[in-house]
Every structure is written in structure tokens, then in C-alpha cells.
Design a protein around this ligand. Structure first.
Ligand code: HEM
Length: 148
């Protein structure tokens, strides 16, 4: 749920490559002519209060509890890996990688913020670009192992 919520609010590819409309069509009251280039903002979709409620901007992993919504391209309100025929083919590898990092770092260590810093001080702003990275690197105290 934490990983899903992170991908919802901070998709690493917020603006995927454009699509070209094959024929004149109408989506959500917009007329889209054939051949028009259409950009879908994954970032905006993930923060749309229409789908995620008034607390859409809040980091609340529990929202994924007891719901079938996943990132495999069938739920259009949550498309961190895109959707359709050009959906990211690396989903399985990406998820294995993210889970491996979390599983290696979280259970074994007690992480803490540097002295005097509270979680509200963490700057989550992202760099501009096709692939998003954190603008301000995350700084944590050297972890202590609960085992020692
Ligand atoms: C958390 C990690 C990742 C995220 C959030 C992500 C996200 C995305 C997104 C949004 C797209 C565009 C999909 C669309 O246009 O509908 C994409 C495309 C693609 N991704 Fe990923 N990706 C991730 C990891 C990976 C990995 C690990 C690989 C390969 C090992 C990979 C390979 C590709 C390729 C080849 C495409 C282009 C597919 C095409 O245009 O046909 N991605 N990815």
C-alpha cells in the first residue's frame, strides 16, 4: 500500500510519450481530431479529487486497503506505469526492485531524521524532466540496527 501510494503521488514518469488519435473522437466533452497528439498526465490523474477524494494530495496508504485498484493498466485512475499497448513492460522488474530495496533497508534498521528535523521538513518537490527525481535529496541519520 505504501509503494502504491508513493507511485500515485510521485510517479517516476509523470508525462509518458504522447498518443496519436486514430480518428475524430470525443472524450469528456472535448473534441479530439484524428492525428491530434494527446498527452496524458499521469501526475494529474493520480491527484484528481474526482477519483481520490478531497484528501487526494495527502499521503494515505490505507486508501489502497480493501480495494482491487492496481497499477496494471485496468484502472484508469491509477496508471503510474501507463496503460494500453504501450504500458511499461518493466512492471514486474520495477516492483521486484522496489520491494527488494525496502525489504533490505526497513526491517533491519531503525531510521531517523537528522536531529532537529521533523517529517514536515522533508521536501518532496521533484525535478522537472521526463523521469522524476527528488529535487532535495533525502537525508537520514546513519541507521542503527535494533539487533546490536
Ligand atoms: C518504478 C519504476 C517504473 C515506472 C514508474 C515506469 C513507468 C513507465 C511509464 C509511465 C511508461 C510509459 C507507458 C505508456 O506510455 O503508457 C513506461 C514505459 C516503458 N518502460 Fe517503464 N517504468 C518503470 C520501470 C521500468 C523498468 C525496470 C523497465 C525495464 C527494465 C522499464 C521499461 C520500459 C519501456 C521499454 C517502456 C516503453 C514501452 C513502450 O513505449 O512500448 N520500465 N514506463
Amino acid at each position: 500500500m505504501v509503494i502504491k501510494e508513493s507511485l500515485r503521488l510521485h510517479p517516476s514518469g509523470p508525462l509518458p510519450p504522447p498518443r496519436e488519435c486514430m480518428k475524430d473522437t470525443n472524450v469528456a466533452d472535448y473534441d479530439i481530431p484524428a492525428k491530434a497528439r494527446v498527452y496524458v498526465s499521469i501526475w494529474s490523474v493520480g491527484r484528481d479529487p474526482k477519483y481520490w477524494g478531497d484528501d487526494a494530495e495527502d499521503f494515505r496508504p490505507e486508501r489502497f486497503e480493501n480495494t482491487a485498484v492496481n497499477f496494471k493498466g485496468a484502472h484508469m485512475e491509477f496508471i503510474p506505469f501507463g496503460a494500453g499497448r504501450r504500458i511499461c513492460p518493466g512492471i514486474s522488474l520495477a516492483m521486484a526492485g522496489v520491494e527488494l530495496v525496502y525489504a533490505s533497508l526497513l526491517p533491519e534498521f531503525d531510521w531517523a531524521l537528522p536531529y532537529g528535523m521533523v517529517k514536515e521538513d522533508i521536501d518532496l518537490a521533484a525535478n522537472m524532466g521526463l523521469v522524476c527525481s527528488k529535487k532535495v535529496p533525502l537525508v537520514l541519520l546513519l541507521p542503527s540496527s535494533p539487533l546490536t
